[in-house]
Design a protein around this ligand. Structure first.
Ligand code: 6LW
Length: 520
């Protein structure tokens, strides 16, 4: 069995779902309150994934004004049937499912049709196409029966493929394998005439786990696979490089090899900032059902402590809706030129701020950009490390009474942070830098030399914080850190251009820290 480099998709990409069409695999993941929603990644080998489009973009976007970052789009499932791609997903409000939608496309890259609501409660919807052509919808919700063995239940109803609505009676399938645990993330598979319902239990934190049940009929009765949990890292201790493993979707190669995509996190000092990432795990089927990670029982291929370097192109995200921005290559220097129109919306608000960011997908990184203070009017603009509306830190430049100043402002668990001011003039280089255990916010006069070590010469650290303050363990929620640009200010201030916008391994990272995914 091949040993794969994990994660196969780093950075905040929770709740992976995958389908295969011929030799092509397509994956979707959750995007919460970020726009565009639900990235579609494509692969030919399940290891290298390229972004090909978004399910919720343009006409198919659903407004998320007022949404908290951790709400919004949860746990999409992607399937392909008879030449049509289907995606079902939940819109969460106040950490609960509030609406379920279905959308279709003939090309996974899009365009996707305007999502239609389905009459379904709960979260984590999924679709299963049976051999007889019937389609079934499953989802997770609070248990409806008194005395159920778990607080959650997986339920099923038929999906009418021509009307695209749920029809027929509802069936409660399962309350989970572990008494007292909430069951979620259901996906149904058929194998040799038996039905296998794979779910997740224990919450999406340290006790997360993959469990399953089997039945002779799609509507049940389902019996727990006594080998559950089929995969978990809950018993491996704090030293394990990958934690919180669960939420599996299974796929088969054209040659009949089986694999699962699962989510997991890579904490540093027990705190993770990268969000839930996508991991690839081998699967073997036996007469009882799937065996995940046979032989080892764990996710492999992750180098303890150190980052997987990535030079993935940015999937630029804004919050709760689109923003007016232009991104292009910087003709004069390495990196991008980003022009961002101001909005008078704070990052702590619930509207659409002038914010454009990419996922932090490695522990040690630096993000830098050059701004010309001559252009700063009513703007309060700069670089931001963003966890959610209550937890973010930004190195910003604004014009004060005595000229321009740079300083760090933000919020940590809802408490305002305001750092000391540094007077600046002319061109200024802002930088966020991390060795994996800290976030440093730096500022230098001038655009700086672009060559290696020279880049950080003459910089001042405006403020520094341990990485734990931006971690999900501290901030709560379901997302990882995003790194990007903010331009708060009245529309009259006019657009602001950030030059040499670059994200990568820190210039002085130790040898090998950037040496890419490896095979153990
Ligand atoms: C997702 C669910 C979960 O829908 O978190 O607790 C939700 N587990 O499976 C958001 O990713």
């Amino acid at each position: 069995m091949r040993l794969v480099p994990n994660p196969v998709l780093p950075g905040c990409h929770p709740d992976p779902s995958v389908c295969r069409v011929g030799e092509d695999y397509f994956m979707v993941t959750s995007t919460f309150a970020y726009h565009p929603g639900i990235p579609v990644h494509h692969s030919r080998d399940l290891i290298t994934w390229d972004l090909v489009g978004h399910v919720l973009a343009g006409a198919s976007w659903l407004p998320l004004d007022g949404s908290q970052v951790a709400d919004g789009v949860w746990a999409p499932t992607i399937r392909h049937h008879d030449g049509v791609f289907y995606v079902v997903f939940t819109i969460a409000r106040d950490r609960q499912g509030s609406a379920t939608y279905l959308t279709t496309a003939s090309d996974a890259a899009g365009p996707w049709r305007v999502p239609i609501p389905l009459e379904a409660d709960g979260i984590d919807p999924s679709l299963f196409f049976d051999r007889d052509g019937r389609a079934w919808f499953t989802a997770a919700r609070d248990a409806t029966a008194d005395g159920a063995s778990g607080p959650g239940e997986i339920w099923l109803r038929e999906l009418d493929l021509s009307a695209l609505r749920l029809v027929g009676p509802e069936h409660v399938l399962w309350h989970g394998a572990v008494t007292g645990q909430w069951v979620e993330a259901p996906h149904l598979y058929e194998r040799d005439g038996r039905y296998h319902l794979v779910g997740a239990e224990g919450g999406t934190e340290r006790n997360h786990a993959v469990t399953s049940a089997t039945a002779d009929h799609v509507t049940g009765p389902y019996r727990t696979d006594p080998r559950s949990p089929l995969l978990t890292h809950r018993h491996l201790g704090a030293g394990e490089a990958v934690q919180n493993v669960g939420h599996a979707d299974l796929v088969e190669t054209p040659d009949g090899e089986a694999w699962a995509l699962v989510l997991g996190v890579r904490p540093v000092r027990q705190h993770h900032t990268l969000g839930r990432e996508v991991l690839l795990v081998p699967v073997e089927w036996d007469e009882h059902g799937p065996v995940l990670a046979p032989g080892s029982g764990r996710v492999q291929g992750v180098r303890p402590g150190l980052p997987v370097t990535t030079d993935r192109p940015a999937d630029w995200l804004s919050l709760r809706g689109p923003v007016a921005a232009d991104v292009g290559a910087d003709a004069d220097a390495a990196g991008d030129v980003v022009t961002l129109h101001p909005r008078p919306v704070p990052l702590s608000g619930r509207e659409v701020p002038a914010f454009l960011a990419r996922r932090q997908d490695m522990h040690a990184f630096e993000l830098e950009a050059v701004v010309d203070t001559a252009l700063i009017g009513g703007h309060d603009a700069g670089l931001v490390a963003f966890q959610d509306e209550n937890t973010f830190l930004a190195a910003r430049v604004r014009r004060g009474p005595g000229g321009c100043v740079a300083r760090v402002t933000g919020r940590l668990n809802g408490a305002d942070v305001v750092g000391p001011e540094m007077p600046v003039a002319g061109e200024v280089t802002l930088r966020i830098r991390s060795d994996g255990e800290s976030y440093e916010f730096r500022c230098a006069q001038g655009a700086g030399e672009r060559g290696a070590e020279e880049r950080v010469a003459g910089e001042r650290v405006l403020a520094a914080f341990p990485h734990t303050v931006l971690s999900t363990e501290t901030a709560g929620g379901f997302t990882g850190v995003l790194l990007g640009l903010v331009n708060e200010g009245p529309a009259s201030a006019g657009p602001l251009t950030f030059r040499s916008v670059r994200y990568g391994v820190p210039a002085s990272a130790p040898d090998g820290a950037g040496a890419g995914a490896h095979h153990e």
